[in-house]
Design a protein around this ligand. Structure first.
Ligand code: NAD
Length: 274
């Protein structure tokens, strides 16, 4: 695939005012979370914020050992435990096994963050191959189903699932027609699964990031294009991964006990259609 690991920090240093401003308050004390794509970009921010809030975390990642080892180190610096699980989320057997390993290691699973995702550089709809569609849909949709199904075997009242969707699900996204379709699917999946599980008091919510400086976006678009996406937001910039984690903390915490089937838009005030 096209992703270049570990490069967001060098590409776009965080604005001064957001640095080191996060104050942890033990919001996830005693919880165990499994975060797919938890080693990089937005997922790494979720992992590190969860650890700071007192959760132990299992991270599922594809193949970038440098990112995974570094993220594990950050979790341990926050005083929590981290289990690294390497494999391909397109494989349903792997997804089930990753949940099993997490529960075997930590004894339970309270929070699933379905976050691993990918996109191919833009192609005209006529030129998207079956193979590319298959990879995009399997990674960005099927895997979310596989993990949810496996995780729910272990979840009880108070636990929750959080899906990473995207601003592209809410607006016309001609530069990413296949990818944005997967994010539309996951947005609906989030709402429907929330209703299915509401009586069990298992909550399902989503986070829809706008443009964020991560290896994913940097591998797909050049810097000028990312700046252009940023300029379409009300705040006139693309976000930093560190600005995403706190929304995931809130949704996983007991503070969000009456919130389900919702999507938090963390997008710098991007204008969305319909
Ligand atoms: P990233 O490239 O930093 O992280 C992607 C993660 O997904 C990596 O950890 C990678 O190992 C994992 N992954 C990808 N394919 C996998 C596979 N087949 N098996 C296992 N793991 C796999 O990118 P990111 O921007 O942090 O992306 C995280 C999520 O945020 C994705 O779902 C993405 O669609 C979404 N998102 C990103 C942006 C943005 O601008 N960066 C905007 C909206 C939504």
């Amino acid at each position: 695939q096209h992703r270049q690991p570990g490069i967001e920090a060098e590409m776009n240093p965080a604005p001064e005012y957001i640095k080191d401003s996060y104050k942890a308050a033990g919001k996830l004390e005693g919880k165990v979370a499994l975060i797919t794509g938890g080693d990089s970009g937005i997922g790494r921010s979720v992992t590190v914020h969860y650890a700071k809030e007192g959760a132990d975390v299992a991270i599922v990642y594809l193949d970038e050992d440098v990112d995974a080892e570094r993220t594990k180190q950050l979790v341990e610096e926050a005083g929590r435990k981290c289990l690294l699980i390497k494999g391909d989320v397109k494989d349903s057997a792997f997804c089930k096994d990753a949940v099993k390993k997490t529960v075997a290691h930590f004894g339970k699973l309270n929070v699933l963050v379905n976050n691993a995702g990918m996109q191919f550089p833009q192609k005209d709809v006529k030129n998207i191959t079956d193979e590319q569609l298959d990879i995009t849909f399997r990674t960005n949709i099927y895997a979310y189903f596989y993990f949810a199904e496996a995780a729910l075997e272990h979840m009880t009242a108070g636990d929750s699932i959080i899906n990473t969707t995207s601003v592209t699900a809410y607006r016309s996204s001609p530069a990413l027609i296949d990818y944005s379709s997967t994010k539309g699917a996951i947005t609906t999946f989030t709402r429907s699964l929330a209703t299915n599980l509401s009586e069990k008091n298992i909550r399902v919510n989503g986070v829809a990031p706008g443009p964020v400086w991560t290896p994913l976006i940097v591998s797909t678009f050049d810097e000028k294009k990312i700046q252009e996406f940023g300029s379409e937001t009300a705040m006139k910039r693309a976000g930093q991964p560190s600005e995403l984690g706190p929304a995931y903390v809130f949704l996983a915490s007991d503070d969000a006990s009456f919130i389900t089937g919702q999507v938090i838009h963390v997008n710098g005030g991007e204008v969305i259609n319909g």
